[in-house]
Ligand binder design. Structure first.
Ligand SMILES: [Zn+2]
Length: 259
């Protein structure tokens, strides 16, 4: 039984609001972190006119809609990506509340979700995965495992195995094809999943990540006609899905095989 069924729909509104607030934090984080700006210090400014943004500019989604997607002061265009990030984070928070039963797991997931969205956004824009976010996620992934089957050693072993496979693939590709294969950065989200997910859910994750990756890669090639694309958003999506629904999905698969 999920918390949603016990606490009722009343949980939905505060979770959605919390998702919007964290989504707004993600937009600031994904802008400032790759630029080496402080996350805690300094107020947000319009990148075009430098105006310090105040509350009317910073209401998640609503400010963007009301102001017609432009800065209130200089009318410079504000990318649709900001309200999109806020809306996606809100949707993920609500989905988490609907799916995760255990309160500790829910709290951990609500901490992991903004970091995962930020990582995906930064990878899309800069093709890199900042270590600070990866380390934070690794700590949260271990806490998730601790609260789950408690097998921290298995988590660390899976993450190390991912690292070894990543290095071997990279070396192999360089030798055979003369180019890097899966970037070493892309092994990070795989290792994170290895830390958090028990073996069955991890195998399910690898399958979903593979399928999503192929679809995602085809879309990238078709839209932009490039062969090298940031892969982490697809892996992170598969990881998030397996965090919220890995175990029930596995149980359903097993019951299908038995039945
Ligand atoms: Zn402006």
């Amino acid at each position: 039984m999920s918390l949603f069924t016990t606490a009722g729909p009343s949980l939905l509104v505060p979770l959605g609001a919390l998702g919007l607030v964290f989504g707004s934090f993600v937009t600031a984080l994904s802008y400032r972190l790759p630029r080496g700006e402080s996350i805690t210090r300094g107020r947000s400014r319009c990148p075009a006119c430098g105006h310090v943004l105040t509350i009317p500019d910073l209401v998640p989604v609503l400010s963007w809609v009301v102001q017609g997607g432009a800065c209130r002061h200089c009318r410079a265009k504000v990318s649709w990506r900001y309200p999109a990030i806020e809306a996606v984070t809100m949707a993920l928070f609500i989905a988490a509340g609907l799916s995760v039963d255990d309160l500790t797991h829910l709290v951990l997931l609500l901490a992991m979700t903004p970091a995962m969205v930020a990582l995906a956004v930064i990878d899309l824009e800069y093709q890199r995965l900042p270590n600070s976010l990866s380390i934070l996620l690794a700590a949260l992934a271990l806490a998730w495992r601790w609260q789950g089957d408690g097998d921290i050693l298995a988590g660390l072993t899976a993450a190390a195995a991912v690292g070894v496979v990543g290095v071997l693939l990279d070396v192999g590709f360089r030798k055979l094809a003369g180019r890097p294969g899966l970037g070493m950065g892309d092994t990070k989200p795989f290792a994170l999943a290895g830390l958090a997910l028990p073996l069955g859910a991890f195998l399910l994750f690898l399958t979903i990540a593979g399928v999503l990756g192929v679809i995602y890669g085809r879309v990238w090639r078709w839209r932009l006609r490039i062969s090298h694309f940031p892969y982490a958003p697809a892996i992170l999506a598969a990881f998030w899905l397996c965090l919220v629904a890995g175990e029930p999905l596995l149980q359903r698969l097993v019951s299908l095989r038995i039945g």
